[in-house]
Structure formats: structure tokens, C-alpha cells
Ligand binder design. Structure first.
Ligand code: EPZ
Length: 428
């Protein structure tokens, strides 16, 4: 398994191109299952999770044609053509699903188009149990018969799914996406209340509208969908990755450097930007990109609570904790979305961070300097937290199990090295 070696203490300066968003690309790819015509996605990031989703879709009979560069140039990305002339297999097998929880996103589309679907339960992951009960209850409300058998979700519906008034008791991003896709082919009108408002949900809705779906309330917590008999093909560009952009914004802040994030969309990042500015970071939305600088600045800890969008994103909690571990003063960080998303804490403490966990809150007391150490990645965003800490730490850090990083960060070493970081990948 590869690891990454970083020698810290170098302020980052330069330009980082932001790629297409992983968490938009995955549901967008699943949307091909809703139509027999070709869906063309542009600005697709080059990530392991994208390859996993492509393999899963191919197992359902989707024809995929990838072209365009994988260079990750700003809004370059890759172009992927997906065509599902027919769904030849309605079962999503465990060996594929276990690699990526977002595989559950094929359930709604396959059920809506074929009237039956058998999808392996994704199982938990490092950050929590990650149940999909809300997806299943909502599909049952639309007329699906659902049973759990041998670790698989077995779903069938007589004829078509029926439009329904769905109210999610808790905001669920992929739950909203699954049901939004299913509703586009249902018979009648579906209302989704307490829908997730993440930008990736709006990106999916806009793509579905381009495919002929009738959706109102895009970006709001109430989505209204009038079902169609079929959707047609479309071309859609994946929106920029706000979490990748936020992660590199923290890289600039933690190294006290100045970085321009090319193609980042500040409007999707307002909660994070507010926290960074309160901590003493300079942030300016410029023509050439989002400029983030902490050169010569004193950075101080700020209290943070994760919330569904437009609140502070849980996917940025670990990264910002690394920043506050090196800031002046203390910060209380409360994780309200997942039950076990502090896996980065023990590793940060091995680098000298002063962090104490109380239930779902962590008290972070800034220290003058972290020190490099061998550490272990555990999940995608925790791994990025360790990379960020290593960039600021004195000495050398080796991060093991970086396959976690490859799931969500395209060309990480190249993008950091282009800004002066001393980083290299050690291949086992
Ligand atoms: C999406 O996961 C993202 N993944 C996650 O990003 C992100 O952290 C999360 O949303 C929250 O923003 C993708 O979009 C592919 P949820 P998702 O359903 O949809 C509970 C990353 O790092 N819940 O919004 O799986 C759940 O346990 C990943 O890129 C149920 O109880 O998250 C959690 O506590 C990590 N029952 C909360 O809701 C359900 O049926 C929010 O989960 C569904 C969810």
C-alpha cells in the first residue's frame, strides 16, 4: 500500500486547479440508468471512486466511453459518455458495493426504470454505521415492496412507482438523491420535504432537468417532481469540488502561505469561508479564482459545529481541526452528522496536537508547532487532515494507507508540489 512522505514547514504559494466534485459526479453517473439515451458528463474528476462507480454501472449493462485528459486542469477534467440502452442486470453485487457506499445510488434509478432492484447493503465505514433506512422507507412510500435478504435490499414494485409526499426525518444527501432520481420516472407528483440542500443535490437536479425531468425547488429543502414516462440524453458539466477547494484553502492557511484556487465556487463554500475569516485568514473571490492567504497572519481558534448545508460541512471538520491544532487559543468542534468522525484525533495527537474529545465535541488547544511522525490514514477526510498537519509540522511525516486519499483527491501530490510543498508518494 502506498504512503506519502511530507517534509513540513514550507508556506504554500501558487495556483491549485480545482477538479469536478466527487460527490456530484457519483449521483450524476447513476442518473444514466434513468434513460436509454446517452448522458455526457464533462469535468469528471480522475478518482478511484469514479472508477468504482463506472465498474458498477458496467455490471448493469451501461456502455461507458471515457475521453479527454486526466490532467485535472481547471475545468478540463475528463469527458464520460454513458449509455444505458437497457439494464441487463438489476443486481448490484456486494463485491462492488462494499468498495463504495455511494453504490446505493443505483437503487432508486434501477427500481424506477425496471420495477425491481437487488442492491447489496453498503455496510458501515470508519465514520459510522451509515444506515440507508431512510432511503428504503421513502421508496416504500412510493409503492415499493422492500425486504432485506442475505445482506441485500430486495425491492420490487407492481407497475410504476407512485408519486408521494415524502418527509425525511433527518437530512440525508444520498437519500435525497436516490429518491429524486426515482421520482423522475414515477407516476404522478412527488414532494420531497426536508430535502438535502447540498450543492451536489442541486447539480444532480439540474442535470435531470436537462434530461427532461420536471423538478421545482432546486436548492431548497422542498423538491417537487412531476414524473415522466422516460428521460432523454443530455450533456452536463460536473460542478467544482467545494470540499477539495476547502481542503486546499486550509493548506494555504496552515502553512501561512497564499494560494489561488482556480475554478472554486465561493458561493458553495460560505460557511467554511466565514470560519476561515473569523480565524484570521484572508479570503478574496477574484476573477482568476478564490485567493486564500495567511501570510504574516495570526490564526486563532474558532468554535465550529457541523450541520447540513448551508451550515459548516462535516466533510471539512477534520481538515479545519488540523488548522486549529496549530492556531492560537482554543476551539470547540462539534460533529453533529456522524457518530465517529474523530478518527484523525489520535493521529494528530501523535504529532503533538492538544485535543480532548467529550462525546461529539473536541476541545482543540493550539500548539506552536506540530512535529512530524509516522501516522495512519483511516478515512478520506481524516487522511487529508493528516496531510495538512504534515505540511505545517516540523520535520518529516509519513502517512500510510493513502488509498483513502485517492478516493477523493485527484493528483494530490502534484497539486501541492506545484505550490512548493516537499511531498512524494512512496510506492510499496
Ligand atoms: C453524503 O453521504 C456524502 N457522500 C458524504 O461525503 C457526506 O459526509 C454526507 O453526505 C453528509 O454531508 C456522498 O455524497 C457520496 P447522509 P451520505 O445520508 O449521503 C444518517 C465524503 O467524505 N442516515 O447525508 O451517506 C447517517 O448515518 C463523504 O466525501 C440515516 O440514519 O450521508 C448520517 O448520520 C463522507 N439513515 C446522517 O444521516 C439513512 O437512511 C447524514 O447522512 C441515511 C442517512
Amino acid at each position: 500500500m502506498d504512503s506519502i512522505r511530507i517534509r513540513g514547514g514550507i508556506p504554500l504559494n501558487g495556483v491549485i486547479p480545482i477538479s469536478g466534485a466527487k460527490n456530484a459526479a457519483l449521483p450524476l453517473m447513476a442518473a444514466t440508468l434513468l434513460s436509454a439515451e446517452t448522458l455526457t458528463l464533462r469535468n469528471l474528476p480522475h478518482l478511484v471512486d469514479i472508477t468504482t462507480m463506472a465498474n458498477l454501472l458496467a455490471s448493469h449493462g451501461v456502455a461507458l466511453h471515457m475521453n479527454g485528459n486526466a490532467s485535472g486542469q481547471a475545468c478540463g477534467g475528463r469527458v464520460l459518455e454513458l449509455t444505458t440502452a437497457a439494464i441487463t442486470n438489476t443486481t448490484a453485487h456486494y463485491d462492488l458495493v462494499r468498495k463504495m457506499r455511494a453504490s446505493i445510488l443505483v437503487l432508486g434509478p434501477i427500481l424506477a426504470r425496471e420495477g425491481k432492484a437487488r442492491v447489496s447493503l453498503p455496510g458501515g465505514c470508519a465514520i459510522g454505521a451509515r444506515p440507508v433506512d431512510l432511503h428504503l422507507k421513502a421508496l416504500e412510500q412510493m409503492g415499493a415492496k422492500i425486504s432485506i435478504d442475505g445482506g441485500y435490499v430486495d425491492a420490487t414494485v407492481d407497475g410504476r412507482l407512485k408519486g408521494a409526499h415524502l418527509v425525511f426525518p433527518q437530512v440525508t444527501v444520498t437519500g435525497t438523491e436516490n429518491l429524486l432520481m426515482a421520482a423522475t420516472l414515477a407516476d404522478g407528483e412527488t414532494i420531497i420535504d426536508n430535502a438535502a440542500r447540498e450543492p451536489e443535490v442541486a447539480d444532480l437536479a439540474n442535470c435531470l432537468i436537462a434530461m427532461g425531468a420536471e423538478i421545482e425547488g432546486v436548492g431548497s429543502s422542498r423538491l417537487v417532481v412531476r414524473g415522466k414516462d422516460a428521460l432523454h440524453g443530455a450533456t452536463h458539466a460536473v460542478l467544482p469540488d467545494r470540499i477539495e477547494a476547502g481542503s486546499y484553502a486550509v493548506a494555504a492557511a496552515i502553512t501561512r502561505g497564499s494560494v489561488t484556487l482556480q475554478n472554486a465556487d465561493a458561493a458553495q463554500m460560505s460557511a467554511l469561508i466565514k470560519v476561515l475569516i473569523a480565524a484570521g485568514v484572508e479570503v478574496e473571490d477574484r476573477a482568476e479564482g478564490l485567493w486564500v492567504s495567511a501570510a504574516g497572519r495570526t490564526i486563532k481558534g474558532v468554535d465550529v459545529m457541523t450541520e447540513p448545508h448551508p451550515g459548516f460541512p462535516t466533510d471539512m471538520q477534520a481538515q479545519v481541526m488540523a488548522l486549529f491544532a496549530t492556531a492560537e487559543g482554543a476551539s470547540m468542534m462539534t460533529e453533529t452528522i456522524f457518530e465517529n468522525r474523530f478518527m484523525h484525533v489520535p493521529e494528530l495527537k501523535r504529532m503533538g496536537a492538544d485535543i480532548n474529545i467529550h462525546n461529539n465535541s473536541a476541545i482543540v488547544r493550539g500548539v506552536a508547532k506540530l512535529s512530524g511522525a509516522p501516522v495512519m490514514a483511516t478515512d478520506l477526510r481524516a487522511s487529508m487532515s493528516l496531510v495538512l498537519a504534515a505540511l505545517a509540522a516540523a520535520g518529516e511525516t509519513t502517512i500510510a494507507r493513502v488509498y483513502h486519499l485517492d478516493r477523493g483527491y485527484e493528483r494530490l501530490e502534484q497539486k501541492l508540489a506545484a505550490c512548493g510543498a516537499d511531498v512524494e508518494r512512496l510506492r510499496d
